[in-house]
Ligand binder design. Structure first.
Ligand code: NAD
Length: 329
């Protein structure tokens, strides 16, 4: 079975080549090209394509993949909001993903962002490099004894609840479904109550119509002054213009984003030599209480190895017509 692996980075190739010997009948061709409607025809003769969060796996792309004989789309990530699942079903293309490769990888990064934003570590690092040993602008708050509000308590959100509990924080959460594994130390509340009570808010729910722009000026106004907001889930959970308005209203003690609305063009690209047009990222980074990373929450050795083996197993399962919890279709 042959996979065309889109948008390959060196670390993808390394982790998949390491896992490949266990999957004797699978062959992978790696390309740096991103998957979208213009590049889908490259997959002619392949059984499956492998794509990531920044691919455009919309209706047009899927129609071309189907025409070229591709039977499976293997998403090497948890989120699949960039895939037109209904169209895939209609075309008989199986879409599988890697739902829980290492929840702790993302949750630990969420806490790292919260701490970095709170204690302005990015500023401190640069100050000391410039022999500026003053503490101006670096004051944070203790997390110990404060309230952490976790929105979405699936695999990653639950890991975040455990971390916050370990920090000695009171943990409250909002989800439509209560996760029994964290019930001993987590109080489920309504979203309104979470917004009003939390000193740290961390978003861990998927991007769907119902969660699109869930953080907007109205929900921001319901938050406590000085709140720390972290998003490691999907950029469009937060309406960026409203976040900027909220920052200007002095609402936030700190904001840490691993994902943001205009990230698609940027994700995993070195654009340091380009002049960017209308960059929202640049506006966000002009604020002293903001830290942004580029979708690196998942990026640990353990997670990359789990992504490779699960993706390859997904291909075998798809070929055998096995429906598993990794199915999106
Ligand atoms: P999951 O499916 O295990 O959990 C998602 C939870 O969100 C579920 O419990 C669900 O009930 C809940 N939910 C759905 N709608 C909600 C709403 N309106 N309000 C509150 N909760 C709601 O998913 P997960 O593995 O924990 O991943 C969460 C998200 O993290 C993914 O959807 C993905 O977008 C993101 N993610 C980011 C990275 C990264 O590198 N930054 C890596 C992996 C996943």
């Amino acid at each position: 079975m042959r996979i065309l692996f889109y948008d390959t980075k060196t670390y993808d190739r390394d982790s998949f080549c390491e896992a490949l010997p266990k999957y004797k009948d699978v062959d992978i061709e790696f390309t740096k090209t991103e998957l979208d409607a213009r590049t889908a025809s490259l997959a002619e003769g392949f059984d499956a394509v492998c794509a990531f969060v920044s691919a455009d796996v919309g209706a047009d792309t899927l129609a071309i993949l189907s025409e070229k004989g591709v039977k499976s789309v293997l998403m090497r990530c948890a989120g699949y909001n960039n895939v037109d699942v209904e169209k895939a079903k209609e075309l008989g293309i199986t879409v599988k993903r890697v739902p829980g490769y290492s929840p702790e990888a993302v949750a630990e990064h969420a806490m790292a962002l919260a701490l970095a934003a709170n204690r302005r570590l990015y500023k401190a690092y640069n100050k000391v490099r410039e022999n500026d040993f003053s503490l101006n602008g670096l004051m944070g708050v203790n997390f110990y004894g404060k309230t952490a509000g976790v929105v979405g308590t699936g695999k990653i959100g639950a890991a975040m609840c455990r971390i916050c509990n370990g920090f000695g924080m009171r943990v409250i959460a909002y989800d439509m479904y209560e996760n029994p594994s964290i019930k001993d130390f987590t109080e489920y509340v309504s979203l309104e109550e979470l917004l009003a009570r939390s000193d740290l808010i961390s978003l861990h729910c998927p991007l769907m119509d119902s969660t699109y722009h869930m953080i907007n000026i109205s929900t921001i106004r319901q938050m406590k002054d000085g709140v720390i907001l972290v998003n490691t889930s999907r950029g469009a959970l937060i309406k960026t213009d409203d976040l900027i308005e909220g920052i200007r209203l002095r609402k936030f003690g700190g904001v840490g984003l691993d994902v943001y609305e205009e990230e698609t063009e940027n994700v995993f690209e070195d654009r340091s030599d380009e002049i960017l047009e209308n960059s929202i990222t640049a506006s966000l980074l002009s604020f002293p209480n903001m830290i942004i990373t580029s979708h690196q929450g998942f990026f640990t050795k353990e997670a990359m190895s789990a992504i490779a083996s699960t993706t390859l197993q997904n291909l075998l399962d798809a070929a055998e017509g096995k429906v598993t919890e990794n199915d999106c279709t």
